[in-house]
Design a protein around this ligand. Structure first.
Ligand code: NAD
Length: 247
């Protein structure tokens, strides 16, 4: 039996609640995670298509994957998990979300304090002249899309092999270091350096609450309370349990 009452108690007692999300929270919105058996990543191996070295070597090839990702993201809507986190922020329960996702679904659901650890796909950038373009201002009729300087544009996501944007890294580390509860939703916690954030929080005295239908690297090593359910089911149930605890 999943301990929603215990999780609600943890939430109620904590003063600084930070949420770390990963690809799993968006699976119920139709965006596959790296582990999904079908979908984007069964067609395009991330080890081959999601590295900066591959992009630099052959932008047109990597844009074949990015084009499919773009269409997936354009049609994806937030699910109950994203909406519940936005509601928890509105209620002053959740302070900040640190997401590894690039899909903007937290913001679409109404969350305001979101740190995007791996960037986002709302803008495209030229790595040569640093010009930025809103995604809506760039045609993808022929790929790769080009900057006015002639160089291939890339989305402002973090490819494997690239550094985390300095501001996002600083904000996420500060959030993990100061929280007293880290809720970890839908991440395998295997992609560094995001995978160090739970360790940082735990080392600073925070409790870890994990929501994931499958056990992760953290579950038996670090997690204090584990809820083995999909986020779209678990988070609304947690909100209900919180209402009960508060009355
Ligand atoms: P991952 O693919 O390594 O792991 C996803 C985790 O989510 C798994 O542990 C899985 O059991 C869990 N999961 C699956 N369905 C779930 C559900 N309904 N509810 C809760 N959990 C569920 O993802 P990761 O740890 O985020 O790392 C992968 C990297 O890939 C990240 O850097 C991320 O940026 C990127 N990515 C992003 C997206 C996106 O933006 N939506 C999608 C795919 C990959």
């Amino acid at each position: 039996m999943d301990d929603f009452r215990g999780a609600a108690d943890l939430l109620r007692k904590s003063r600084h609640v930070v949420v770390l999300t990963g690809a799993g929270i968006s699976v119920e919105s139709g965006i596959p995670d790296f582990r999904s058996k079908d979908g984007l990543w069964s067609k395009f191996d991330p080890a081959e298509y999601a590295t900066i070295q591959s992009f630099r070597a052959n932008p047109a090839k990597i844009w074949r994957m990015l084009l499919e990702m773009d269409s997936l993201l354009a049609h994806a809507m937030p699910n109950a998990a994203h909406y519940t986190l936005a509601e928890l922020e509105r209620r002053g329960v959740v302070e900040e979300i640190v997401t590894q996702n690039i899909d903007s679904l937290h913001q679409k659901a109404g969350s305001r304090n979101v740190t995007e650890f791996h960037g986002h796909a709302r803008t495209l950038r030229c790595d040569r002249c640093r010009l930025k373009y809103g995604r809506e201002n760039v045609s993808l009729e022929s790929i790769p899309p080009l900057c006015s300087c002639g160089n291939a544009l890339r989305p402002e996501i973090v490819f494997f092999g690239e550094d985390i944007p300095a501001d996002a890294y600083r904000r996420a580390s500060m959030a993990a270091g100061k929280c007293d509860l880290l809720m970890i939703v839908g991440t395998s916690a295997t992609v560094a350096p995001a995978s160090y954030l739970p360790q940082l929080a735990k080392g600073s005295g925070a409790a870890l609450l994990e929501i994931n239908p499958a056990e992760s690297e953290l579950t038996y090593r670090m997690t204090d309370l584990y809820i083995a359910q999909p986020a779209g089911k678990a988070l609304p149930a947690l909100l209900d349990a919180l209402d009960v605890v508060n009355h």
